[in-house]
Write a protein that binds this ligand. Structure first.
Ligand code: HEM
Length: 510
């Protein structure tokens, strides 16, 4: 790039922040979440800078801002004008979601831009690749999710983590009145689980001492900095920081090496186990990758990191928001409890599958607080979306489960209510038992949809329902938040509750 070519960029870097101070001050005075939709209008776009200023002004509440815009956009589609005439399409329209995720799947990939942005963290892992490499990883990983593996997962892995680790910690917290950060507890739980089932390795991260491991903190930072890269208003800034090895990019390099070292250690231990034993007691995902034609250490390391991300951060996020919603909706809690009490104390696979009301309440909670709040694809060839929106090669198209869960057109005027019953019907033929009424995956793309639909969907539901059965049968989870204060939803690659979820544990009467 010549100096002349860089001139407009430098002027943008210097001028825009100054002009936009006014916008930022105004925006920070506004509430971060749920402003009345009536005050939202479509952002104005100007030559060269597009809608940069309103975007900058809303940079700390970008998800909420885009979600509000989609509510008032015709056909729930919004074409955002970035600076230098770059466009990005945001969609919350099920027909458009079906178009990009299924009917025109081959025209909407991860793309080069996304791949480059996440390459340092996710490398060639399944979340960051298209084509043959994706197909290969998906096929190999799919064995992990058959009924036999899922049964073993619920009845052995989750069961042991619950009875040996989680329940004793909760009993002790109930007895001493200790405040726990439940988001942290659930992340530890999910992390132990995914390592055990996918790699046959127990990191023992959920212990009564709640050990601070360097790895977990490093992983957390990798997710945060990588998400910031993805959402960067001026991506060239992180690229310059990376070249100069300063600021967040320097930090990323440090924490990344910590995470990679951890993943490599798991791989080395597994290789050692393969050497020592002629045949393994059980074949896990890691063993399958190591015995495949693609067993070089970097590739397998990328796979390990992707699976930790998939397994640790999604179910813990979903359960954190779920337990908060449950605490605010006692009638839902009593229905869930009723269902749990109808099952055995340690419910087996089929009983867990059959927890219909709990299943519906989890769907409902993820409608409002989806663990993956938005997901971006790159257009590979010029195309037209079903509502007539033209998309050009190289453009980003982002579908937004967070916005979709808040659309009156999809969920009715009571969309803001936490109402599991909207997923249920009384089955008259079965003594008026609840029957689950799913929504199509394009109206509810919380697990994505089409050929790349989440591989771990069933595993996630089984784990979450079994964990809830284990916790709620014995304990009440009581948030310790300031009166009237709502926790803040932080959208990253996977969503978080800002500052954690402080709770007290109260033992239920026998
Ligand atoms: C509530 C829990 C979960 C939610 C909401 C969720 C959601 C998603 C979403 C939205 C995607 C698409 C991501 C993308 O392509 O950018 C995805 C993909 C995936 N998920 Fe999940 N997930 C959950 C739990 C899990 C669990 C427990 C696993 C198990 C390891 C898992 C494994 C995967 C895998 C392997 C993919 C990649 C699929 C592909 O690209 O073909 N997920 N998930």
């Amino acid at each position: 790039m010549s100096v002349l070519q860089l001139l407009p960029l430098f002027s943008l870097l210097i001028l825009l922040p100054l002009v936009s101070i006014l916008f930022i001050t105004k925006a920070s005075a506004r509430k971060k979440h749920s402003p009345p939709s009536s005050i939202v209008s479509l952002p104005r776009s100007y030559p060269i800078i597009g809608s940069f200023l309103p975007e900058l002004a809303n940079r700390n509440r970008r998800l909420q801002w885009l979600s509000d815009i989609l509510q008032i956009s015709p056909s729930a589609t919004y074409v955002h004008h970035h600076y230098f005439a770059k466009r990005q399409v945001f969609i919350a329209n099920p027909t458009a979601v079906q178009h990009i995720l299924k009917t025109h799947f081959h025209n909407y990939g991860k793309g080069d831009d996304f791949h480059r942005t996440l390459k340092d963290f996710l490398g060639q892992g399944i979340f960051n690749v298209d084509g043959e490499s994706w197909k290969f990883q998906r096929q190999l990983a799919s064995h992990e999710f058959n009924t036999k593996s899922l049964r073993k997962f619920v009845e052995t892995v989750v069961e042991t983590e619950l009875s040996d680790r989680l329940i004793p910690i909760l009993s002790s917290a109930a007895a001493t009145g200790t405040v726990l950060d439940f988001q942290d507890i659930l992340q530890r739980f999910a992390f132990d689980n995914i390592c055990k089932i996918a790699f046959g390795f127990d990191p023992a991260y959920l212990l009564p001492s709640l050990p601070q491991t360097k790895f977990a903190q490093a992983f957390e930072e990798c997710v945060k900095i990588s998400s910031e890269r993805l959402d960067a208003l001026i991506p060239v800034i992180w690229k310059i920081k990376k070249v100069l090895n300063i600021g967040s990019e320097k930090r990323l390099r440090i924490v990344l090496s910590e995470v990679q070292e951890f993943a490599k250690n798991i791989i080395r231990e597994k290789k050692q186990e393969h050497k020592e034993k002629a045949s393994l007691d059980s074949v896990d995902l890691l063993s399958r990758f190591l015995s495949s034609n693609h067993s070089d250490e970097t590739f397998v390391m990328d796979m390990v990191i992707s699976f930790i991300l998939a397994g640790r951060d999604t179910t813990s996020s979903a359960l954190t928001w779920y337990l908060w919603l449950l605490s605010k909706n006692p009638h839902v809690e009593s229905e869930v409890l009723k269902e749990i009490e109808e099952k055995s104390e340690a419910p087996v696979y089929d009983e867990v599958k059959d927890m219909v009301y709990t299943h519906a309440s989890l769907c409902e909670s993820m409608r409002l607080y989806p663990p993956v709040p938005s997901d971006t694809k790159e257009v590979l060839n010029d195309d037209v979306l079903p509502d007539g929106t033209m998309v050009k090669k190289g453009m980003r198209v982002t579908y937004m489960p967070y916005a979709m869960g808040r659309l009156e057109t999809l969920w009715g005027c009571d969309w803001a209510e936490f109402k599991p019953e909207r997923w249920l019907e009384k089955d008259e033929a079965e003594n008026s038992e609840w029957k689950f009424m799913g929504r199509d995956a394009y109206t509810y793309p919380v697990f994505q949809a089409g050929p790349r639909i989440c591989l771990g969907k069933e595993m996630a539901f089984l784990q979450m329902k079994r964990v809830l059965a284990g916790i709620l049968r014995q304990f009440k989870v009581v948030p310790v938040l300031k009166q009237g204060a709502d926790p803040e939803f932080v959208p990253q690659l996977t969503s978080k509750m800002k500052g954690g979820f402080p709770v007290k544990i109260v033992k239920r009467d026998a």
